[in-house]
Design a protein around this ligand. Structure first.
Ligand SMILES: *Cc1c(COP(=O)(O)O)cnc(C)c1O
Length: 363
């Protein structure tokens, strides 16, 4: 189950080949369910995700990106509408807003923190604004209470992108369930994976109905297959256990990385945040060369890379509207590093090696 990393201890390869996943594949080969349009696995996964998230409705689909599209359609985003999102975010939300003929309105993040600043919502609102997309990135949960109340004050819907944080909780509520609709991803690198896949979770019957109508074209236009559902079920069952192991590794790294190192881990801010870890974010001090850091860590066989490019830095001005200054997003664009999650399931020796390489830095 583990592959040797290029240097030092061992990091599990991703995805893990769990005996339970293997058994599920074996069973579906024997009972023929792998080749059906509809069957027991999709139904069981829907029920399990609804129970896990304590929501009424789960819609399975073919990717996290399609889940975001269905979320936007569910809350009634139409061509010409405006959708507010953070300038530092994954490009799926931005591109999906454009794909629907709507206009992305970029606002800044909180200071040195990769989540939309709720105070930036009000100044960005026009009579065309319909929704806000808020993403939980790199183990940093967005402040949902503030975000939802700022959106509600202007009659806006909230689409919660929980693709990176399955199983995370804020004030006891599962990520994905705090807005009107939430998107999950089962992409190949994600914490729950079927190579591809996604889901929308919601308590709104109206949103669920809009999603059903938008995908039904004789058959489901954005389906998740029985095969994918079958391998996801056993992973959902051990998600909490794996998330706590990743959490323990993050605590270990926090303690082991020298406080003199010219970077710091960005940790979720809310007093009642229980994040989960797809990536771990680090902010480099000014003056450090991010290229040298990435080269140093790559040479040591550590899966640490630059974060996302900020959306206003890679897209033409004609494709979006910017509201207010975006200097915090610029800083994340320039100074963020992210550590990929498989290392968080590595042994103690490997974690300490990673901490030492980070503490040493490129010299
Ligand atoms: C991965 C990801 C998505 C898209 O998921 P896919 O399944 O790859 O389409 C959307 N948002 C965020 C924040 C992601 O990390």
């Amino acid at each position: 189950m583990t592959d040797p990393s290029p240097v030092g201890g061992s990091v599990p390869s991703w995805p893990l080949t769990d005996p339970e996943v293997r058994a599920a594949v074996d069973r579906m080969l024997h009972d023929g369910s792998w080749g059906r349009y509809h069957g027991p696995h999709g139904d069981a996964l829907r029920t399990a995700l609804a129970d896990y998230h304590q929501v009424e409705h789960v819609h399975l689909c073919c990717s996290g990106t399609s889940a975001l599209e269905l979320c936007l359609k569910a809350v009634g985003v139409r061509p010409g509408d405006e959708v507010i999102l953070a300038a530092y975010d994954y490009k799926a939300g931005f591109a999906t807003v454009l794909a629907l003929g709507a206009v992305p309105v970029l606002v800044d993040t909180l200071p040195a923190y990769p989540a939309l600043d709720p105070e930036r919502i009000a100044p960005a609102v026009t009579e065309r604004t319909r929704a806000v997309i808020v993403s939980h990135l790199h183990g940093c949960l967005a402040p949902m209470d503030e975000t939802v109340s700022a959106a509600r004050a202007h009659g806006l819907a909230v689409v919660e992108d929980a693709c990176q944080v399955p199983g995370a909780r804020q004030n006891g509520r599962p990520a994905g369930t705090m807005g009107d609709v939430g998107a999950l991803s089962f992409g190949g690198s994600k914490l729950l994976t079927a190579g591809r896949g996604g889901a929308v979770v919601t308590d709104s019957a109206r949103c669920a109905q809009r999603i059903r109508l938008s995908v039904q074209r004789g058959n489901d236009a954005y389906p998740l297959s029985e095969m994918q559902a079958a391998v996801l079920l056993p992973q959902l069952q051990c998600l909490d256990e794996r998330n706590s192991r990743r959490q323990a590794a993050v605590e270990r790294l926090t303690r082991a990385v020298s406080s003199d190192a010219p970077l710091r881990m960005i940790r979720s801010r809310g007093p009642n945040d229980a994040p989960t870890w797809y990536k771990v974010a680090w902010l480099l001090d000014d003056g450090e060369s991010r290229e040298s850091w990435v080269a140093h860590l790559k040479a040591a066989g550590i899966a640490m890379d630059t974060g996302f490019p900020a959306l206003h830095r890679i897209h033409a001005r004609s494709r979006f509207r910017a509201s207010g200054d975006l200097s915090e997003s610029d800083r994340l664009h320039e100074r963020l590093l992210t550590l990929h999650h498989p290392v968080l399931l590595a042994d103690e020796e490997e974690l300490l090696r990673v901490a030492q390489c980070i503490s040493a830095g490129p010299t």
